[in-house]
Design a binder for this molecule. Structure first.
Ligand code: PHE
Ligand code: CO
Length: 296
């Protein structure tokens, strides 16, 4: 890979995409894989205090709303008191599922992201949001990446799925399938719901790191909650600046793993001939599972 050209390309795309014209992170120290040192000592006591507040609010919301795997793993991560040392969690994680955490300045190019996942490395952003962004943040920060994504990597099936996703991403780049694969990621890893004996639960990191959506996705009468189906998900557009209009529900992580195992090459070809569906579609014959009852 020609890193210089690739990086120039990446920054051009991002500056076109972002309002401010710049990314928030400091990319000056990043290596070819966009990895940096976490530099834990540089976090201020105000930042640790903000982390504690974010963590406290969210930890209070997860019982009855997050899937059991998330709740159990989070409890073992000891991350409530301060912005965590990535290395410590990484060592613990490695012993359980063979994954490691790597520190990154922020968003990384698709190719880099997929290469990390394919090698069982999860990139975690080093910077923390500002106090004014307590409820909502545009670019992922350390709270979203760490609190939202890392707990599920302790689950062997989900961990394997994430590696397969990374390999699938490298493949999709060559097949012009990234649009479809990105929708899959959005509606599962970021905003997925899962069935449990006691009703629907959240497993998507975008939900689990959000103070509002974690409640909304389970109890609001507004959004659709539709049983997960790969082709349907890959056809569906999504909103990045509001709560989701549709959530897709898996039965368990084995279903997610099994349903995404087949070769997507023919599916991408088919999807290229189909019209995308609006985020709030409900197709003939589809069941809306409806909100959970009895929660706050
Ligand atoms: N099975 C997919 C393919 O052939 C790869 C993949 C696996 C994608 C798991 C996402 C999740 O491209
Ligand atoms: Co995320």
């Amino acid at each position: 890979m020609n890193t210089a050209v690739d990086q120039a390309d990446f920054f051009k795309t991002l500056t076109e995409k972002s309002d401010s014209g710049t990314l928030r992170g400091d990319y000056s120290q990043a290596d070819e894989q966009y990895v940096v040192k976490q530099n834990w000592g540089a976090y201020t006591s105000e930042q640790h205090a903000l982390w504690r507040k974010l963590y406290e609010r969210q930890a209070r919301l997860v019982p009855d709303r997050a899937c059991d795997v998330f709740i159990d793993s989070l409890a073992k991560m000891n991350a409530s008191d301060a912005i965590p040392h990535f290395d410590r969690t990484s060592d613990a994680l490695y012993k359980v599922t063979g994954w490691r955490l790597v520190a990154v300045p922020g968003l990384v190019p698709d190719l880099t992201f997929f290469e990390h996942l394919a090698n069982r490395r999860f990139p975690v952003t080093v910077w923390l949001r500002e106090p004014s962004e307590f409820d909502y943040i545009v670019e992922p920060d350390v709270f979203h990446d760490f609190f939202g994504h890392v707990p599920l990597l302790f689950n062997p099936i989900f961990a394997d799925h994430m590696q397969e996703y990374g390999k699938g991403g490298l493949k999709a780049l060559k097949l012009d399938g990234l649009t479809y694969l990105a929708r899959l990621y959005w509606y599962t890893v970021e905003f997925g719901l899962i069935e449990s004996p006691r009703g629907l639960r959240a497993y998507g990191a975008g939900i689990l790191s959000s103070g509002g959506e974690i409640e909304y996705c389970l109890t609001s009468p507004n959004p659709r909650r539709i049983p997960f189906e790969v082709e349907r998900v890959m056809r569906t557009l999504y909103k990045i600046d509001s709560y989701q209009e549709t959530y897709f529900v898996i039965r368990d992580f084995q279903q997610l793993f099994n349903d995404t195992a087949p070769d997507f090459a023919p599916l991408y070809e088919k999807l290229k001939t189909l019209e995308a569906l609006p985020a709030d579609s409900l197709l003939a014959g589809e069941i809306d599972l409806g909100p959970n009852r009895g929660l706050s």
